[in-house]
Design a protein around this ligand. Structure first.
Ligand code: SF4
Ligand code: SF4
Length: 154
């Protein structure tokens, strides 16, 4: 979908529809392709704090920042959460830049979002996607993942 501005932007589906009202295609197009949600997370069992790491799920195509097995993702990676309008509110760990979270919180999409810019690369050029730094989980021993904790969510 190309970007829009001015009056046409005011009529964009994410302005005039709630998340629940969106079609499946509109819902999917909201994903900015950052792949931040495909980073492995670690939970402190004592505090229940969640920490993102720079290690990405083995099913991610890092160059494209897209899942290689999207239709089967829940079966292949049980920890992979399928976002719905109904479960968004309980997913407080979702990145603060995530388009679904932004809209659920009544916030606008940022200028770098492909739906605004009309350019799928703008999420990478703005440094929002994980493409430039993430490491494949198949290359990181399980007991070393904690060495990759990052703090961009703060
Ligand atoms: S964090 Fe949100 S916008 Fe980014 S890839 Fe995940 S679902 Fe899409
Ligand atoms: S299964 Fe796909 S969508 Fe889920 S975390 Fe892995 S790469 Fe991302």
């Amino acid at each position: 979908m190309s970007g829009a501005d001015g009056n046409s932007q005011d009529q964009a589906f994410w302005h005039i529809k709630t998340l629940e009202q969106m079609s499946a295609e509109e819902w999917e197009s909201l994903c900015d392709g950052c792949a931040r949600c495909c980073l492995l997370k670690l939970e402190d069992m004592d505090t229940e704090n969640l920490y993102f790491t720079s290690v990405h799920c083995k099913l991610l195509d890092l160059e494209q920042c897209r899942c290689t097995h999207y239709p089967q993702r829940s079966r292949l990676v049980p920890d992979c959460v399928t976002l719905t309008p109904q479960n968004l509110a309980s997913l407080s760990w979702m990145p603060s830049t995530c388009a679904y979270r932004l809209l659920a919180e009544g916030k606008p999409l940022p200028d770098w979002h492909p739906l605004i810019s009309g350019d799928p690369d703008s999420v990478h050029e703005a440094g929002i996607s994980i493409r430039s730094y993430a490491v494949d989980e198949t290359l990181v021993p399980a007991d070393s993942v904690q060495e990759f904790i990052i703090d961009w969510l703060k």
